[in-house]
Design a protein around this ligand. Structure first.
Ligand code: SF4
Length: 381
């Protein structure tokens, strides 16, 4: 029997079908399904290329994958749309793969470029080989990486992520000039929105105050934690400098609003600190639909933006206004074309057919009064 160690970033959308076709028991992870597909081919004396091609033919979803096979071959591949990031690097006698270029930087390795969508790279006896196993004709890189997930010092498409974030802030200040002109000061929610706040400050001319400070050792992400823990995590994680807030009209720059409870909690604390007005400027466009590709926002019900207009959201969370960056401004700032990005959660149009179908059907069912029972893609057949 062959064996394999596998690590992957993403989510399989058609797990229900794969479970039936591969005979996998309930509860086994996506990584098990990928393992099973790869090992099935290798155990029948198939090549690495054939094994990866089988994955790409059968699996719908996002999967940036790195594996070590029992014969010592290291390989990496990316789904045909390149939804999640994956790059490779090298050093003295070293070949390496990383989701983000910063993973190479901090290990003293040279960034050699991205793994292309549908591409397989493998290292045999110290030599790097590469082959485009599947060509889909487009890419669909996760747009949310630019606003939230990626490190600002990572390179995507040959640009640092922070450069896009600065541009997001400039776009917001220009697009909502009338609202910005009513504010006294711009602040950000640390740390993903800091670069955007800087851009907002440059374009609006408003003073930028670092009036919220992040605790260095609290690293949990509030929006992917359990509801009851979120407020506590946020209070521990972000401290508000009351003297810089009191009596002022704030332009607050943040990266996104997912469920709204994190933002509501921040707004409440800013009010308690004496803010006179609170205007939110959100770099990521309004999230109106779930993600099927590995971000933990997998139902419509949990998303505040799926059901409310920006005005209703402002009222719901206690802000004076909520100003989302329009999709076209956002796309332009990423440096990619619209058809090179996944924008599923902000458009309800997904780059893979199963996800598109599930999102549409679930939305229609909700309109007719049906309730969601957990993550949409789990158990969907
Ligand atoms: S649906 Fe949204 S979060 Fe999910 S991969 Fe697409 S852009 Fe990223």
């Amino acid at each position: 029997r062959r064996s394999i160690a596998l690590s992957f970033n993403g989510n399989i959308v058609n797990m229900g079908e794969l479970r039936s076709s591969l005979g996998l028991p309930e509860g086994l992870s996506d990584a098990h399904a990928l393992n099973r597909l790869l090992l099935g081919t290798l155990e029948e004396e198939g090549s690495i290329q054939e094994a990866v091609k089988l994955c790409m033919d059968q699996v719908e979803g996002a999967y940036s994958t790195v594996c070590l096979i029992d014969d010592g071959t290291l390989l990496a591949f990316r789904d045909p749309l390149g939804i999640k990031p994956l790059c490779h690097g090298c050093g003295e006698g070293i070949k390496a793969f990383s989701s983000e270029s910063v993973g190479l930087d901090i290990n003293g390795l040279e960034y050699c470029g991205e793994v292309s969508p549908g591409e397989l790279l493998w290292i045999e006896e110290g030599r790097l080989h590469r082959e485009r196993v599947r060509y889909s004709g487009r890419r669909a890189f996760c747009a949310f990486e630019f606003a939230y997930f990626a490190r600002p010092d990572s390179l995507f498409n040959d640009r640092y992520v922070y450069e896009a974030r600065v541009q997001f802030g400039m776009n917001l200040a220009r697009r909502f000039e009338d609202v910005a002109s009513r504010c006294d000061v711009v602040i950000s929610l640390p740390e993903t929105a800091n670069d955007a706040a800087y851009g907002f400050h440059i374009a609006s001319g408003l003073p930028w105050e670092m009036a919220t400070r992040r605790h260095r050792y609290v690293t949990q992400r509030a929006f992917i934690s359990k509801a009851e823990e979120r407020e506590l995590i946020l209070a521990r994680k972000v401290n508000i400098l009351t003297r810089k807030i009191r009596g002022r009209r704030l332009a607050v720059v943040d990266d996104s609003i997912v469920r709204g409870d994190t933002t509501r909690s921040v707004v409440r604390r800013l009010r308690a600190a004496g803010a006179r007005e609170i205007h939110l400027f959100i770099t990521y466009p309004r999230i109106i639909a779930p993600c099927f590709y590995g971000i933990d926002m997998a139902t419509y019900s949990e998303l505040i933006g799926a059901w409310r207009t920006p005005e209703e959201i402002a009222e719901e969370i206690g802000a004076d206004s909520v100003n989302y960056q329009p999709i076209e401004d956002y796309v332009k700032a990423t440096g990619l074309r619209r058809d090179e990005l996944c924008l599923g959660c902000v458009t309800r149009r997904y780059p893979t057919p199963r996800a598109d179908e599930m999102a549409r059907e679930m939305w229609e069912r909700l309109q007719s009064g049906e309730e969601e029972r957990g993550r949409i893609y789990e158990g969907w057949c």
